[in-house]
Design a protein around this ligand. Structure first.
Ligand SMILES: Cc1cc2nc3c(=O)[nH]c(=O)nc-3n(C[C@H](O)[C@H](O)[C@H](O)COP(=O)(O)O)c2cc1C
Length: 322
């Protein structure tokens, strides 16, 4: 491989850097993806930005049957982040196909469906159903869900359970398969390895951290469910460390997320090994965040005379002199 400096000298300075990246069978025009649960089903954002300019869109997590979610309050703002206990509320597979997918199909941006189940078979059956539908480019498996057949331990907590559920899904779909990892484990890289060995095309990380807050005046928890997930800028340094650790242990592409609000954050993730990034909580604060991140990455590449974004991935600790 050509060193960064050598490579830069070889390419002509460009005003139009190539931002395209590959994840499995998908080619994204840029590496910026809207994260699950923070971008609805795309339509909610159509008045704020051109959905066709995103790298990809990930839907809210879909289960076979509709889910009501947790009791309110379900969102609580913390310093530098938010706690959410939405509880995976979603309209279910049939309603998604009938009422959400037709709109998403009209958008050129690759569509990634985030989904989950509560048994291995539940995941596999749902993946098979999505596989049969036109207009879906990829599946993102949220494995941070309890396995009701194993006493409710989340699939993501155990390398063997992770391997088996990913393997079962892999057998039933040819769509690009992304496994979304939880940070609530001792060794996230071990889980990434299990997903890779089971045939995942990519891993995405991180999901939210289990967390809580208490109102000292009412004596009550701030979330109806007591425990929720922490996301936003507060988690970024930990997410970055995890993306770096995972990137060193797997060969498949890593999609990084956790607290990204600006281009500089995204570039940090890319430098430590992420092929692409997802924007979550920041969409709720500024719905144009993804567009601003794409523009900022482009400016950075122009300024650094880097012709292709692909060449930036994982340059951390290589002879890179920004
Ligand atoms: C309100 C809300 C809902 C979410 N829903 C889902 C979901 O349905 N499935 C999923 O895999 N992740 C879900 N997430 C997690 C995000 O996709 C993302 O992994 C996490 O928030 C970290 O990124 P961020 O700090 O940029 O938000 C949700 C996050 C938030 C804030």
């Amino acid at each position: 491989m050509v060193s960064f400096n050598g490579w830069v000298n070889m390419v002509k300075a460009t005003r139009k850097p190539d931002l395209a990246v590959n994840i499995g069978r998908m080619e994204l025009r840029n590496p910026v993806i809207a994260a699950s649960g923070t971008f609805g089903f795309g339509k909610e954002y159509e008045d704020f930005l051109d959905l066709n300019s995103l790298g990809a869109i990930v839907t809210k997590g879909i289960s076979l049957n509709p889910m009501m979610g947790n009791p309110p309050p379900r969102i609580f703002e913390t310093e530098g982040g938010i706690l959410n206990s939405i509880g995976l509320q979603n309209p279910g597979f049939d309603d998604f196909v009938k009422n959400k997918l037709p709109y998403l199909r009209k958008i050129k941006t690759p569509l990634i469906v985030n989904f989950f189940g509560n048994t291995q078979k539940g995941y596999a059956d749902l993946a098979k159903r999505f596989d049969a539908l036109p207009g879906i480019s990829g599946l993102e498996m949220n494995i941070s869900c309890p396995n009701v057949e194993e006493g409710g331990i989340a699939f993501c907590m155990d390398p063997k359970m992770t391997y088996e559920v990913v393997r079962a899904v892999r057998k039933l779909t040819r769509l690009t398969l992304i496994v979304k990892l939880s940070p609530n484990v001792t060794d996230i890289a071990q889980m990434a390895r299990s997903a890779e060995e089971a045939g995942a095309d990519a891993v995405s990380l991180i999901n939210t951290f289990r967390a809580m807050a208490v109102n000292i005046y009412s004596g009550k928890p701030e979330l109806g469910n007591i425990i929720g997930g922490l996301s936003g800028p507060a988690i970024k340094p930990i997410a970055l460390r995890m993306v770096w650790e995972v990137s060193q242990r797997v060969k498949i592409p890593v999609i990084g997320m956790g607290g990204i609000t600006k281009a500089e954050d995204a570039i940090e993730f890319i430098l430590v090994g992420a092929t692409a990034v997802q924007i979550g909580t920041a969409n709720l604060v500024n719905p144009r965040t993804a567009i601003e991140v794409i523009d900022g990455i482009k400016k950075y590449l122009i300024q650094k005379k880097i012709a292709r974004l692909r060449n930036l991935t994982g340059l951390f600790q290589k002879p890179y002199r920004p």
